[in-house]
Design a protein around this ligand. Structure first.
Ligand SMILES: *Cc1c(COP(=O)(O)O)cnc(C)c1O
Length: 473
């Protein structure tokens, strides 16, 4: 399998191995890497997935993408280590809410959010590959909350990696901030930027565009733009799908969406052969995706804070991968659209692409009132405490089930532990969720908070000063 950039304009684009695409993260032309073709799983192969331990399933699925770089045995060793850090034997337990609706709990990892599913594996994959190559990398990423602590946790104390995570100052929850600023490791840096998440993403893109810096420090990305994360995120779609009857019975999923990485991974699982009926995108008031699916117009609006900070995003970067596909896998067409979008804040309408997109996804906006309401009602009806992001998925799932006639079981992805957002949950239910043991003292731990202006020069200087030098620079 080869990987190509979503912005390569040439009729026969140059392609990279998994190793190269994995280490680079983002392409030098600013595009995202996608495989030249997706592996196809037959119904028989999917049936074999039933009853596999999660780590075994992950090793098999990820090896379809990374097989040239890691043997299945090596991957198995890494997935067993990664998923043994989760505090549920099932890793991603399914919880039934009512006769048609399930929750897939993706928050039993070290930082209590679904990002752990990918990053606990991708961090060690990086480290193993770099050690083999005697190299050192500098990971730079932007986070609206959960990616940051999950990435810092996945990369901390690793010899071959320095990590810098940018997050919007005062726009993440206290627990999210503390989970980043209390990682006590000299190779892990959390930086608060005086700006929005989109500003942080722009800074990261600008750092990558600085070819000198990029080469000197061996810059790399562990955020949702790395294909390895998408690959690792397809695994729980397979696990949950086959547990509820796929491939015999189609399954629907509802995904609380920010950067579109998680929902896109569902799309990839479906393209690989998992029979997904409805793939539902839940957005909060920052509803660029819901507006796109409703109207065909992709237009930026200012980011507004909400109860679901991990979804306070107006430029969902992984959408570029879908756009590439909608444009007939033309890097020239996708690149043009994205550049126009970045320059003008809106994308030229394309009726054909939009119709294709609407066949693949449904999208529903869920505002803060509805989010609160859903937390309260879910608790009253089924006794489950859900976090606001999960509530967006549940509400979007319920909307979808009420407007479309489908008998497929619906799985809402539960992406954060309710104790990460205790105030909203308490307001909605009267109950204050408690943090699991390992994090119970987080409010007392000492913070190391670095605040920088939304300024490329300042951020570059900080990173240059704190990155350990790359061995091959
Ligand atoms: C990251 C995150 C999301 C958004 O996921 P994307 O892959 O960026 O769409 C939603 N909910 C929670 C709790 C998250 O951490």
């Amino acid at each position: 399998m080869r990987y190509l950039s979503t912005r390569d304009p040439r009729p026969s684009p140059s392609t990279l191995s998994f190793t190269e695409a994995f280490l680079a993260g983002l392409a030098e032309d600013g595009g995202l890497y996608v495989p030249d073709q997706l592996p196809a799983l037959s119904p028989t192969a999917l049936r074999d997935y039933v009853r596999l331990p999660y780590a075994e399933l992950a090793a098999r699925v990820v090896s379809l993408f990374a097989g040239e770089t890691f043997s299945t045995d090596k991957l198995r060793q890494l997935t067993v280590a990664a998923y043994s850090r989760f505090n549920r034997a099932a890793v991603v337990p399914l919880v039934q809410l009512d006769e048609r609706l399930w929750l897939l709990e993706l928050f039993h990892g070290p930082t209590l959010a679904f990002k752990d599913l990918a990053l606990q594996l991708v961090g060690p994959m990086f480290d193993a590959l770099l050690a083999r190559r005697h190299e050192h990398i500098t990971v730079v990423g932007a986070t609206s909350g959960d990616t940051g602590c999950a990435a810092l946790e996945a990369c901390r104390d690793r010899e071959a990696i320095d990590i810098f995570m940018l997050f919007p100052h005062n726009r993440v929850s206290e627990i999210q901030r503390r989970q980043m600023t209390t990682v006590d490791s000299s190779n892990a840096h959390a930086i608060a930027i005086e700006g929005t998440f989109d500003d942080c993403q722009d800074l990261v893109k600008a750092l990558f565009a600085d070819i000198k810096l990029r080469r000197a420090l061996n810059l790399s990305a562990v955020n949702s733009i790395n294909w390895a994360r998408i690959a690792a995120q397809t695994v729980y779609y397979f696990a949950a799908g086959v547990a509820l009857g796929a491939p015999t019975r189609p399954i629907s999923f509802s995904v609380p969406t920010g950067n579109f990485g998680n929902a896109y991974a569902g799309h990839v699982a479906r393209c690989m052969g998992l029979p997904i009926d409805r793939l539902v995108i839940g957005t909060n008031r920052n509803d660029i995706l819901a507006r796109y699916f409703a109207t065909g117009r992709m237009a930026i609006a200012p980011v507004e804070p909400s109860f679901t900070p991990s979804m306070d995003i107006q430029v969902p970067s992984n959408f570029e991968r879908l756009l590439f596909e909608l444009k007939g896998c033309s890097g020239a067409a996708a690149g043009d659209q994205i550049r126009l979008f970045r320059q003008t804040g809106s994308m030229p309408e394309d009726d054909q692409a939009w119709r294709m997109a609407r066949r693949l996804f449904s999208a529903h906006k869920v505002d803060d009132t509805q989010t609160m309401d859903t937390i309260g009602k879910t608790y009253a009806r089924s006794g489950a405490l859900i976090d606001p992001h999960t509530a967006v998925a549940v509400a979007a799932a319920q909307t979808e089930m009420s407007v479309c006639n489908t008998s497929a079981p619906m799985i809402a992805l539960a992406c954060a532990h309710p104790a990460k957002f205790p105030d909203v949950v308490e307001r909605a239910t009267g109950l204050r969720p408690v943090l699991p043991g390992a994090l119970s003292d987080i409010l007392e731990r000492r913070e190391r908070l670095i605040v920088l202006p939304n300024d490329l020069g300042a951020v570059t200087r900080f990173i240059r000063a704190h990155a350990r030098r790359s061995e091959n620079s």
